[in-house]
Design a protein around this ligand. Structure first.
Ligand code: OAD
Length: 248
């Protein structure tokens, strides 16, 4: 097993007495579940596509079937994945901390499947489908060979209920995430490259409001130098160790 940073005693004490704990997760927490991170090379027939070119409204307008098929492929990947010890550790932390908020950039439902109850999904959820014109979530539609299928209500193409590049984040989730970052006494940033705003700004906002901020990631990120602590290691190893140390 790769070496992981030992957990500082003052972080354990701070987390144990914290009333409000906020966590931001990115694709890295699902890496050990076998879900490729957003910036990892794509595999198989999708290898030649750059996700940043597919996850856009323009790509959907130009090639709706390609984008629909790409998300269908990612949905099968996610459905085959299982939550890992990192997801379960955060579900346990939610049960232990007096006030706990989990903010995720992931669209893979693994936090819900691990037992996390209050999850703020900043970038939507790949399991949900919505009308590309009216925006409402559509649960069922008539069987069809057409891809994408069409909204039973207005006939426009259906699309995944995820945030694409250039699109606004769900305002209610973002507002709640900002409030939870400002209120946090401890803020964990787990498995995110810290490249995409506004999510990447949340750890810094927490730090500006007095939180102890912790980065959990095998690699350094643009946020590392601003963090109070950097725990270098995989989330599936570091988070269970942290929970066991704080709440034995
Ligand atoms: P990235 O793929 O950008 O970053 C994944 C991070 O996880 C990297 O910093 C890796 O070092 C780290 N990592 C890899 N394995 C890990 C492990 N086992 N444990 C912990 N960390 C690990 O994914 P995100 O930061 O989530 O937005 O990307 C943020 C957003 O960029 C995505 O939500 C997506 C993309 O644009 C939209 O789709 C709107």
């Amino acid at each position: 097993m790769s070496e992981t940073t030992p957990i500082p005693a003052e972080l354990i004490a701070r987390l144990r007495q914290a009333q409000r704990v906020t966590v931001l997760t990115g694709a890295g927490i699902s890496a050990e579940s076998g879900v490729p991170t957003f910036r990892q090379a794509q595999t198989g027939l999708w290898a030649r596509y750059d996700p940043q070119q597919l996850a856009t409204p323009q790509a959907f307008r130009r090639q709706p079937q390609l984008v629909w098929d790409w998300y269908a492929w990612r949905r099968t990947l996610v459905a085959a994945a299982e939550p890992n010890p990192g997801h379960f550790a955060l579900a346990e932390m939610e049960r232990r901390a007096p006030h706990f908020t989990l903010i995720t950039q992931n669209v893979d439902s693994l936090h819900h499947r691990a037992g996390s109850r209050a999850v703020l999904e900043l970038h939507g959820n790949i399991a949900r489908t919505k009308c590309s014109r009216e925006g409402q979530v559509v649960e069922t539609w008539p069987e069809t060979d057409e891809r994408p299928p069409r909204c039973p209500h207005c006939g426009a193409f259906l699309r995944p209920d995820v945030v694409w590049f250039g699109e606004a984040l769900p305002a209610d989730a973002l507002d709640a995430a900002i409030a939870a970052a400002r209120a946090a006494e401890v803020f964990l940033s787990v498995g995110t490259s810290g490249l995409v705003h506004p999510a990447a700004g949340l750890p810094l906002l927490a730090g500006e409001h007095g939180a102890s901020t912790v980065e959990i990631n095998p690699e350094a990120t643009p946020l590392s130098d601003e963090m109070t602590y950097c725990l270098r290691g995989p989330a599936g190893v570091v988070l269970p160790a942290l929970v066991a140390a704080v709440w034995p």
